[in-house]
Design a protein around this ligand. Structure first.
Ligand code: FAD
Ligand code: NAD
Length: 400
């Protein structure tokens, strides 16, 4: 019999863990497996707030895909996915045209959600990718360098706005507020000239998270000079800065957008029924009505039956889904019955720059150095799953 073809779209958390698990558990004769991703490198999206603020080199967040996948079992194609043709079992790629599949795993991640706020794509930084992070870092350094070369002081050069106090916004401002004193020293800029704002639409920062830990994080960041504007949605971004719903304008040359995400546009483009680009998947992680298409990670939507709300799109869930998908692919090929995916949410830990962090693991609240330790261990655990002890030693973070 001819081998079935498995196509994995996206080399992020979901795609890489699927490929890694298939490489470990499938024999050479079980399937032809191909991974398609836009870049020849894999990057850890969850680390990107660090290179964006310039507290880590961007190269530390990425690795050549060829170095981490087992090339004897997984083919890699570098290309951009444009559309999935469900009726024909084909995917259109930008450069290489059409590729066929028998089984498809879609793990293309997310893009920024603007909720209709104008000017985001023109005037704000919103790309949480390696290229996006490098652009933010270089832009901030350029403004520091430019500040002392202007005939009149330009306060907007030194005013930094983060839109959204979700985990992305909070982790980014954590890193930036850590770095600002060093930037001031390096570029001869008085620290009191720098303004940092976090602007949040909801009545609290980190809505839904433990209030005590939110307060810890806000106090810490305020002590580093961050000003929170809570309950104040941004209604527009312009070349001059932002306008809030109450009409207030804040002038800034740097607006970093972190108000949440929607599923990759390929989902909508391919005609899947979706909610903000996310497909409400079946319990076995297949798209409704599709017996050979799995959708995982930020492109998928699952309802948490306890809260009746969607699970937040996280790497934690993407990786767990990937494990189930690899198992289910094997079952499908063998004609066996499929497993139901059961998320096992271990907690949430967020870094706040330097050795600071907050988190909940199990029922335990963590902050400061213990949370920082936990965060680094979580980052290292992912490397362990991808490439074992060798990758942790080479690319891991020092938890102390
Ligand atoms: P991704 O990991 O984003 O991977 C998608 C891949 O698809 C990328 O490699 C991309 O290049 C590729 N791709 C995209 N479009 C195309 C295309 N058209 N063609 C080909 N390839 C394409 N979650 C946590 O659980 N814990 C955290 O601590 C955490 N921290 C975060 C910090 C930040 C700064 C951000 C932005 C997010 C964080 N998240 C965290 C969320 C987490 O990063 C995502 O939920 C996770 O990356 C989703 O995995 P994924 O596989 O769906 O997508
Ligand atoms: P999010 O949806 O979690 O937070 C976005 C925030 O922006 C919300 O608080 C929202 O009220 C606010 N907002 C929306 N519109 C606004 C407006 N017009 N003006 C001002 N504020 C506005 O999005 P995120 O922080 O990008 O996170 C995306 C996903 O990644 C989430 O699932 C998150 O849990 C996950 N994540 C996890 C970690 C971690 O575990 N350490 C870190 C980063 C991201």
């Amino acid at each position: 019999a001819t081998k079935p073809t498995i196509l994995i779209l996206g080399g992020g958390y979901g795609g890489m863990v699927t490929a890694t698990k298939i490489a470990k558990e499938f024999g050479h004769n079980d399937a032809n497996v191909t991974l398609v991703s836009k870049h020849n490198y894999h990057y850890q999206t969850t680390w990107l707030h660090e290179p964006a603020a310039g507290t880590m080199h961007a190269d530390r967040t990425r690795m050549p895909i060829a170095n981490v996948i087992n090339e004897s079992k997984i083919n890699f194609i570098q290309d951009e996915v444009q559309e999935i043709h469900r009726e024909d079992n084909k995917v259109t790629l930008k450069e290489k045209g059409q590729v066929d599949y028998d089984y498809l795993v879609t793990a293309l991640g997310s893009v920024p959600e603007t909720f209709g706020v104008g000017g985001v794509f023109e005037h704000a930084f919103s790309k949480w990718t390696v290229n996006g992070a490098r652009e933010i870092k270089d832009h901030i350094e350029y403004l520091f360098a430019k500040y002392n070369n202007e005939p009149e002081p330009r306060d907007d050069y030194l005013t930094f706005i983060v839109a959204g106090a979700g985990f992305t916004g909070m982790e980014f401002i954590g890193e930036l507020s850590e770095r600002i004193p060093r930037l001031c020293q390096e570029y001869d800029v008085p620290k009191n000239k720098v303004k940092m704002y976090v602007i949040e639409a909801a009545p609290t920062a980190l809505p839904g998270f433990d209030p005590e830990l939110v307060e810890y994080a806000m106090n810490l960041l305020e002590n580093r000079g961050v000003e929170f504007k809570i309950n104040q949605p941004i209604s527009e971004v312009t070349a001059e800065g932002v306008t809030l719903k109450d009409g207030e304008e804040i002038k800034s040359q740097t607006v970093v957008w972190a108000t949440g995400v929607r599923g990759n546009p390929v989902i909508e483009q391919s005609g899947f029924e979706n909610m903000r680009g996310r497909v409400k998947v079946e319990k076995d992680l297949r798209a409704p009505g599709e017996d050979n298409i799995f959708i995982i990670g930020d492109c998928s939507l699952m309802i948490n039956e306890e809260t009746e709300r969607p699970f937040p799109p996280t790497a934690q869930i993407a990786m767990q889904q990937a494990e189930t998908v690899a198992t289910n692919l094997k079952a499908l090929i063998k004609g066996e019955s499929l497993q139901e995916f059961k998320p096992d949410i271990k907690g949430t830990v967020a870094s706040l720059g330097g050795k600071e962090a907050i988190g909940i693991v199990g029922n335990k609240k963590l902050y400061g150095t213990s949370a920082n330790f936990m965060k680094k261990m979580i980052d290292n655990r992912y490397l362990w799953i991808l490439g074992g002890a060798g990758l942790v030693l080479k690319r891991g973070k020092n938890p102390f």
